[in-house]
Ligand binder design. Sequence first.
Ligand code: PEP
Ligand code: MG
Length: 574
Amino acid sequence: MNYHGNPVSRGIAAGPVFLYQPFTAAVSDIQIEENAVGRAIGDYEAARHNACNELETIRARLAASDLEKAKIFTAHIDILFDEAMDGDIRELIEQERCSPDRAIDEVYEKYAKILGKSPDPLIKERASDIRDVKTRLIRVWNGVPEKNLSSLPSPAVIVVHDLLPSDTATLDRENVLAIVTEIGGSTSHSAIIARSYGIPAILGVEKAMERFTQGETVIVDALTGEVITRPTEQQLADCAEKRRQFAARQTQLHAFMEKEAVTPDGVRVDIELNLASVGEQELEGSKCTDGVGLFRTEFLYLGRDTLPTEDEQFEIYRMVLTKFGNRPVTLRTLDVGGDKKLDCLNLPHEENPFLGNRALRLCFDRPGIFRTQLRAALRASVYGNLWIMFPMVGSMDDIRHAKQVVSDVKEELTAEGVSFSPDVKIGIMIEIPSIALMADFAAQEVDFASIGTNDLCQYTMAVDRLNPAVSRYYQSYSPALFRLVKHAADMFIKNSKPICVCGELGGDRLGAAVLIGLGVRKLSMSISSVAQTRKLVNELPMKKAEEIAAKALSLSTAQEVEQYLNDSLKDILA
Ligand code: PEP
Ligand code: MG
């Protein structure tokens, strides 16, 4: 059988399915018989022993590649053998005749809550480790095998309803052959992460969790968007051949990785990097990019019970700024809400989160969070070339409000005698049509802008970027979107202010050609698109890019634009 979805990260792979359903720890209320106490204690000890073995295995594997991560698992083993918690669990089983899972749950929760109240953020942070170990222990007690994407036993194709940002942050990259999800569009978090890790991914495959079985072999062809179940020998052989050809093309492209992006008629385009975390592998991108065009800082806030402290943020910002030297690092202030939920902020449920209290709006609502991030960023600014950028700007009021907070924070730092660079640039993301239309005013108020085409498309076409049921309405090649981009670009160019595109369209094989033709001289993208875009720029004369852009704007549908771009760029893309 063939199933279809949206191929969001190119590549092809075959392998066994790993159905991923995060374990949720439900515990029993039944009191155990008096004569079952001894056995219950034995079961608890056995579960603890097995949980420890799991942790040892993960720790040993990570020790070779990522010492910092390995240390987390050492700490988890310590928690498992904490004497106070162990004593309390035994007492509950022996005296209250609680079943072991209930005893584990109560005791671990009690300690997690105590730590969670600590004023020391480092201690507070331990609460989430305790909960993590609790879930593991209860799962093992239930006899449920480990299902965690941070440590797969062997290479597999991940099939999941949707990947949470916290899943992707710890993804075991070596063993993930491909990703298939039921929901998520081409600009969802899962898609962006898959692309930046170079993992083939097809999203929006309806009922994937029901259709595929654990361990069955599938082919994931993320060049065409097909998932093939029960493949024949011939299909597997074809897949291997297609994989080989794809890899050969990637190697050819690799030659462009560090080549300056200059068109044959001499126009230079900056190729910048989108960063969504700061692991060693991500920072390798500093070797072949002209700066960071989009530093998504959300990862600092995800999967934890407490907010990151100013010092913690400062260290990370300093590290990235130092790494890029005098090249710009465009730090986007916190962009949560919408598709990105935070454990450490108890945000109320919203009917329309993408239209709700998201990003800059949330920062205005919680000025403490906003100011802490700005303080950390400004303090780090002396180590490099910092550009600060605000997401979800809808009006000139938003711009003025955000700039006022920056001035207040600068004043505060000055009063404290803390230094920061006088050259920090302040800019906005253009991702709401209202500010694209007001770009003439915006260009006079800020130092730069970056167009977030992922959201700009969502808000222009009025289509939820994650909902596969409406994905055909999410048209990245819509002439309407290009018209808005043109207007914004024209206004910034007229005011001699830099304008970048950091949405996925910036690193798109077809979209980038139009953007360059519209006058955009800075494109920011995930590392997997860098070589291909550098090649495009090197082979596309600006005169032709301008013709392409003009023609795209004159067509009436996204489909016509896509067809036209494929035809006119076919020699370059071949
Ligand atoms: C965008 O909206 O285009 C963008 C770059 O931001 P994000 O994808 O993080 O919303
Ligand atoms: Mg956005």
